[in-house]
Design a protein around this ligand. Structure first.
Ligand code: IMP
Length: 195
């Protein structure tokens, strides 16, 4: 049986990452919010704080696009590496990648880590809000799975029976991901706000 949802709210998601877009689209659609991708370059400031990075990105993007929108910033925080790569995850992925992280983690017993997502909403009337989500788990000993993106092949959420994010479907990942938690929080607020 299919539940029909009245999709009446439209919103831009400023991202060039099609995986992020697909995940967020599938999370918000059942809540009645239809995302449209705005694949423009977003301003990414240097900061330790994902919420600040996302918020400044959203404030800049709303000045250009003049429409309500969301920007997301996410990162992987590894305990034994003192939170590295954290806010530098995108750069670290592009430079040393999954193999580089596995090398840094060779012979490391404490493999605990978490992903964090910060979703910043801004509207042209100057209203802005940030929503965050986290998922905790462990860094695998080797890369597994072909789904997803980024560090998905080496992240095993505690709630997943040992599967990496890359071994899950999008909908399985979205039952527990950092992104799903942040976007669902946002969605619940946005629906009330738009009434
Ligand atoms: P940003 O939010 O675009 O700055 O992305 C930060 C980086 O963190 C990405 O390039 C990915 O390598 C990684 N990342 C963020 N979210 C995820 C995820 O859901 N799975 C795997 N890697 C992620």
């Amino acid at each position: 049986m299919f539940l029909s949802v009245d999709v009446s709210l439209e919103l831009l998601f400023v991202t060039r990452n099609r995986h992020k877009f697909e995940e967020a689209f599938n999370i918000l659609l059942p809540m009645g919010i239809k995302l449209k991708q705005a694949p423009i370059e977003r301003i990414e400031v240097q900061s330790e704080d994902l919420s600040e990075i996302a918020l400044i990105g959203a404030k800049n993007a709303v000045e250009v696009l003049k429409r309500p929108l969301v920007v997301e910033d996410a990162g992987l925080f590894i305990k034994s590496l003192n939170g590295f790569p954290g806010p530098y995850s995108s750069y670290v992925y592009k430079t040393i990648g999954v193999d580089g992280i596995l090398k840094l983690m060779e012979n490391v017993n404490d493999r605990s880590a978490y992903f964090k997502s910060a979703v910043a909403f801004c509207s042209p009337d100057g209203k802005c809000r940030v929503f965050v989500g986290e998922v905790h788990g462990e860094i695998a000993f080797e890369a597994r799975g072909s789904g997803g993106f980024g560090f998905d092949p080496i992240f095993i959420p505690y709630e997943s029976d040992g599967l990496t994010f890359a071994e899950m479907s999008i909908s399985e990942k979205s039952l527990l991901s950092h992104r799903a938690r942040a976007f669902r929080e946002f969605g619940r607020w946005f629906i009330v706000e738009m009434k």
